[in-house]
Design a protein around this ligand. Structure first.
Ligand SMILES: [Zn+2]
Length: 247
């Protein structure tokens, strides 16, 4: 299995996006198979530069992906998109990205993503007005049947926050899933970004089949500094739970 951490998991404990990569290396580097470089606000993305230490660490891993910034950019034929793609290509040159994941509600022209020249995935979103059309398995299935060249990143927490159980996503989109954003929600209506190790047995049981897909699992909670040791526990818990399925 490929068990990875999103840099977004440790943002609250770090002064910069680069510091998040260093912190992951320092605390969990030996326990994980990869990293997702996560960006939300474009403003944080423009100033991001990898240093030699981060490049060395990321190159030593089997999996590196990038979550494209989604706030402050509308992807299409425009200057900001070209600037962002230039920067993503630079990062790709340094660390060889497996794929780039987009929030589809910030893409005006999906054809423009082809110009990136890298594998592109879209992610299911949690619910509010601006995200309509990108939340439920049926609507995403219809969209991905038209756009066969795109891959799908299944965000478990976003799906569950909309009241959709993992088995529904697996049934409709199982063959299109290329990556999992692994975090959980107990309560419909709120994307809680919980760790599995903090979740009830009932929630873990619902997520269990997702672990058996054999796709990269990106741990993506939002932790405070004092919660950091939980990541070690999460890694152990997910590995154990996934292995118990194989047996
Ligand atoms: Zn996600």
């Amino acid at each position: 299995m490929l068990l990875c951490i999103s840099t977004g998991a440790v943002w609250r404990c770090c002064e910069s996006r680069l510091a998040a990569v260093h912190l992951i290396e320092e605390k969990f580097g030996g326990l994980i198979d990869g990293v997702e470089l996560c960006f939300i606000n474009a403003s944080k993305f423009w100033g991001f530069e990898l240093d030699e230490r981060a490049i060395r660490f990321l190159r030593s891993k089997r999996f590196v992906s990038l979550h494209a910034p989604c706030s402050g950019i509308e992807y299409g034929d425009n200057r900001k998109t070209r600037r962002a793609f230039g920067k993503i290509r630079e990062i790709n040159k340094a660390v060889a990205l497996q794929h780039v994941t987009f929030h589809p509600n910030h893409v005006r022209d999906f054809g423009a993503l082809k110009r990136l020249g890298l594998r592109c995935l879209v992610e299911n979103l949690s619910g509010d007005e601006k995200r309509k059309g990108w939340q439920f398995p049926q609507e995403l299935k219809r969209f991905l049947e038209k756009e066969r060249w795109l891959g799908f990143c299944y965000d478990v927490n976003h799906g569950m926050s909309n009241g959709v159980e993992p088995k529904e996503f697996l049934k409709n989109l199982g063959s299109r899933i290329e990556c999992i954003h692994l975090n959980a929600t107990e309560k419909t209506g709120e994307a809680q970004h919980h760790l599995l190790v903090q979740s009830s047995n009932a929630v873990v049981e619902k997520i269990r089949p997702v672990l058996a897909l054999g796709k990269p699992l990106v741990i993506e909670p939002r932790l405070q500094k004092e919660e950091l040791p939980l990541i070690g526990k999460e890694i152990e818990f997910v590995r154990k739970t996934a292995e118990s399925i194989v047996l």
